[in-house]
Design a protein around this ligand. Structure first.
Ligand SMILES: [Zn+2]
Ligand SMILES: [Zn+2]
Length: 303
């Protein structure tokens, strides 16, 4: 947890984790202890087809959100691979969801039970934008999934397919998770910071902020994105915490060509981008050393 200059409290958590209850390398207790030691405030244990309970007073000191990963589709990506992660449900969707359910039924059941539905690692699954658009109502998707990177895998970053989606007017919230399995470098790497503002840190307030999209994805850099009026147009502003030594802020929009796409500095504390009337969406990536942060997608109002 950290407190920003407005006094808002931001809590760190990993929403996608496996343990020895499915194909993860450490027991639930070992996993929770390692994340707590790394400075996390909350996490969800999301073993495949196994419900991890909500625990408010876990001995690890973490707040534990309930969780499960429901994976559909097999080795043939042309047949459609969809991995849906549910977190924070008040009861177990596996009471009605099974491997013969559809991804849409699964998302609907997660939401019905008060949870957040994550469309996991679209790049790893080789999901196209059409596949992402075909599922309705999910809370967020993973722009970065640590375990989908080297050495075990090859497609951790889903920014391209997410931009293709945003180009067509879909703007899901973006998260980053570890999808911890092997403890081969993917652990305690990519997470979200959730803004609880001045509210108490508990299950209901945390889930309310997550469902409202009041969070951002990062591996360390802390930052705040906003649109600001500039005459009849708009500026996109990214403020960075000075002590994080951000060296680059880069924007992504619907247009393939754009001048001044990055602000560089040592450090960058504020990056201001004057938007073009043809821009329809914008998001930012914030880089400090080997760590990246990913801001949410903003739709740019007309006029
Ligand atoms: Zn998965
Ligand atoms: Zn997973």
């Amino acid at each position: 947890m950290y407190i920003d200059k407005n006094g808002d409290r931001w809590y760190r958590g990993n929403l996608h984790t496996h343990t020895t209850r499915s194909d993860g390398g450490k027991s639930p207790e070992e996993t929770k202890a390692a994340y707590r030691a790394a400075g996390y405030d909350f996490m969800a244990l999301t073993d495949h087809w196994k419900y991890g309970e909500n625990i408010d007073d876990d001995p690890s000191g973490l707040l534990i959100l309930s969780g499960t990963e429901y994976n559909f589709g097999g080795e043939d990506t042309l047949g459609g691979v969809y991995h849906i992660v549910g977190v924070g449900m008040k009861s177990d969707p596996l009471e009605v969801i099974s491997k013969s359910s559809t991804p849409q039924q699964t998302v609907d059941e997660i939401l019905k039970r008060g949870g957040a539905a994550i469309l996991a690692h679209p790049a790893w699954s080789m999901n196209t934008w059409e596949m992402l658009a075909s599922i309705k109502g999910y809370t967020m998707t993973e722009i970065y999934n640590s375990v989908s990177g080297a050495p075990r895998n090859c497609r951790p970053y889903s920014g391209v397919v997410i931009d293709e989606l945003a180009l067509r007017g879909y703007t899901p919230k973006l998260c980053a998770t570890d999808d911890t399995h092997f403890w081969g470098g993917e652990q305690t790497l990519s997470f979200i910071y959730v803004n609880l503002r001045k509210n108490e840190f508990n299950h209901d307030n945390l889930m309310a902020a997550i469902l409202a999209g009041d969070f951002y994805a990062t591996q360390g850099p802390r930052f705040y994105c906003r649109l600001e009026r500039n005459g009849s147009g708009w500026n996109f502003v990214v403020d960075c915490e000075p002590e994080d030594n951000v060296e680059r802020v880069t924007i992504f929009t619907n247009r393939p060509w754009e001048n001044n796409r990055s602000v560089l500095g040592k450090p960058v504390t504020e990056a201001v981008f004057e938007l073009d009337p043809r821009d329809t969406f914008i998001r930012a990536e914030i880089v400090s050393g080997d760590k990246t942060g990913w801001g949410q997608i903003f739709r740019i109002p007309r006029g």
